[in-house]
Design a protein around this ligand. Sequence first.
Ligand code: SAM
Ligand code: SF4
Length: 336
Amino acid sequence: MKPERPTPLVDPFQRRINYLRLSVTDRCDFRCVYCMAEDMQFVPRSEVLSLEELFRVAEAGVGLGISKIRLTGGEPLVRRNVLSLVERLGALPGLQTLALTTNGSRLVSMADALQRAGVNALNISLDSLQPKRFRELTRTGNLHQVLAGIDAATGAGFARIKLNAVILNGRNDDEALDLVDFARERAIDIAFIEEMPLGRIDEHSRPLSFCSSEALRHRIAERYPLTALGEPTGSAGPARYFSMPGSATRVGFISPHSNNFCHLCNRVRLTVEGRLLLCLGNEHAVDLRPLLRRPGSNRDDIARALVAALALKPEKHHFTHSDEPEILRFMNATGG
Ligand code: SAM
Ligand code: SF4
């Protein structure tokens, strides 16, 4: 492990911020039922940051001690020329982890190039192994295409691959063990995520569909004894991980409802229209787009804006169980 670099990116609660999540698009080829409404309004093109503008924020952040960047969205791989951004980020001195979260639909053609460009941690979302159910949950997704994408990724030599599964009661909770077995067969990690109340959706009731990490953990432990790998840390993110006998696969649980790890938060998010979001579950944000588009603005200006923005980072989020979302911004617009 390289020693951590000193950074001015410290928030009012003395949390050191070294992780930037970049949403490279709010658009997507899927319409997952927990993430989007069926009819979505996307950010107008003129308000979408260019790849150059996204890079400038990343470069200024890395100059301030950001050591991990995740590209996400929306679906990052539908953004035209995203590989050119990945290559530039992959070459930034000081960046230790370049991660990407994808729905897997384009990995067959892109996995090798992403790995060569410097992506060293890949998260792939997979909520079901049943084609019909996969289509229902994603509204447009093709399971076979995603499974082929996962095969392409496991063959491409990424340092780390993890599956993400959002589990909804009565929809796919009966597949938790099948998903664990799928991950075990490939010796990759898997994390189960509790649904978060971002954006207004009509497709299902979020409170009624809520499936707690605790319930899943008990179900999985009936087949595979789970050994806790310690409490979450800032660098490992908010998941609590467990090991299983006879496998290198770790099972994680991301529990924004049942376990709040805000005190370990080390991250900020940049939305594709240039808002620096200081918390997933609050609206505190700074609009960086005017600065990015101001003639003559330079890296020092962006760095100063990033440092100043941290003063607004709230201490914690509070998610409650309600069909009325507290946060109207959808996950695809958040950089989840
Ligand atoms: N399109 C990519 C994907 O699906 O992996 C990246 C963006 S997506 C917003 C990132 C992650 O957020 C996915 O694993 C997805 O399942 C999860 N997600 C989306 N909406 C969510 C919600 N309301 N609650 C919890 N997780 C959510
Ligand atoms: Fe698209 Fe990812 Fe949201 Fe699904 S979770 S709609 S794949 S952005």
